[in-house]
Design a protein around this ligand. Structure first.
Ligand code: NAD
Length: 347
């Protein structure tokens, strides 16, 4: 029987709860098909307070040996600035392992009511995950003085832009063959015009895919007014980050928004994590919705080649939500939702 080696980084707050819940569901999905051998790492803001770093110096090399990484959520702004926790763990992992494609699906699960009249949307957002506005290039001078200056440069490389767009085209080809490239090339006349040019160049290789170009502001409106017209969206790191919180909102909330950080070349592990953060306001209360983590787990099984088990997890989630379990905040505990999904898997 195949055994997959998983690195778990539960992180902070509800990240710990939803990781625990997701592993129960994934073990149930594995049944007698395969096994999941998990190793948990305590890297988090609590770890930072003790050790002065978010993960040890050899953290990346340690993770490299695993088949996949599952992360709960990282961040505890009361004790560690978000800029430190994000740049000390999540971003280095995404960059070191070339997890350049961040895949975030947005659709309404059975039984879940979103805030929109539109219900029949199924959007796949592909966010560039390693460069762009989150490259970390910049600096501050004259700190604390009246003439203080802060500079942050977005970096767009041809390699980075080409590979994310190509990934988006491939996803569109496997779905409804419509790709929307999101930029702001009217205002950002270097990087975003470059992005548009590369999109047009690559489109020649995908004549079967219809390509649309939209500005980020127009796309924000479109996702609210006519989300059913969208198929695959490709966007830069910052734009994708923001649009996918909007995507989470229209699918009923952050508790339903899954994400996969993929290394398409598979020369390093990919990482799977719910879109939401550590939710300090509800941490430790057993009320976090674990469905986003379950769905991210299904994406992980799919990536590992266990499509049948991935499908079983998604079906079990929707069996539970169709019965009204976990469809609104506060309706069920984390444990109840987990139990319902496991029961559906084992039925
Ligand atoms: P958040 O996603 O943690 O919470 C936003 C709101 O959504 C809160 O009211 C929270 O209670 C609610 N919420 C989120 N997930 C939920 C779930 N599964 N079930 C029910 N309610 C849920 O965002 P935030 O408050 O902006 O950030 C808190 C911390 O998390 C910060 O430190 C931030 O940097 C970090 N963060 C981490 C990640 C990550 O690890 N990938 C992502 C986003 C934010």
């Amino acid at each position: 029987m195949t055994a997959y080696r998983l690195a778990l980084i539960p992180g902070d707050g509800i990240g710990v709860d939803v990781t625990h819940a997701a592993m129960q569901v994934l073990h149930a999905a594995a049944k007698d098909r395969f096994t999941l051998e998990t190793t948990s790492f305590p890297w988090s803001c609590a770890y930072y307070l003790e050790h002065g770093v978010m993960m040890p110096a050899d953290g990346i090399e340690t993770l490299r040996n695993f088949d996949a990484i599952f992360l709960g959520a990282v961040g505890w702004p009361e004790t560690v600035p978000d800029s430190v926790s994000l740049h000390g763990l999540l971003l280095p992992i995404r960059k070191a392992f070339n997890q350049y494609a961040n895949i975030r699906p947005h659709r309404l699960l059975a039984g879940v009511e979103g805030p929109l009249k539109a219900t029949g949307f199924d959007i796949l957002c592909i966010r560039e995950n390693t460069e762009g506005e989150y490259s970390g290039a910049g600096g501050r001078v004259h700190q604390g003085r009246g003439n203080e200056v802060a500079v942050e440069t977005a970096i767009f490389t041809r390699e980075g832009v080409e590979r994310i767009l190509r990934f988006g085209f491939e996803q569109a080809r496997a779905r409804r063959r419509h790709l929307t490239s999101v930029t702001k090339s009217n205002a950002q006349k270097f990087s975003m015009v470059f992005w548009d040019e590369v999109t047009r160049e690559l489109a020649a290789d995908y004549p079967d895919v219809t390509v649309s170009h939209m500005h980020i502001d127009a796309m924000a409106a479109k996702m609210v007014m006519a989300p059913q017209d969208l198929d695959v969206i490709v966007a830069s790191n910052l734009f994708g980050d923001i649009l996918t919180d909007l995507g989470a909102a229209i699918q009923g909330g952050l508790g339903f928004a899954a994400s996969a950080n993929i290394n398409p070349e598979r020369d390093a592990p990919s990482m799977f994590e719910p879109v939401h953060g550590s939710a300090p306001d509800i941490a430790g209360r057993n009320i976090a919705n674990p469905i986003a983590a379950f769905w991210s787990g299904a994406q992980m099984l799919e990536h590992l080649g266990e499509a049948e088990a991935a499908h079983a997890v998604l079906t079990a989630i929707e069996t539970a939500t169709a019965r009204g379990i976990g469809i609104r905040p506060g309706l069920n505990t984390t444990d109840e939702i987990t139990g319902a999904v496991i029961a559906a898997l084992e039925a």
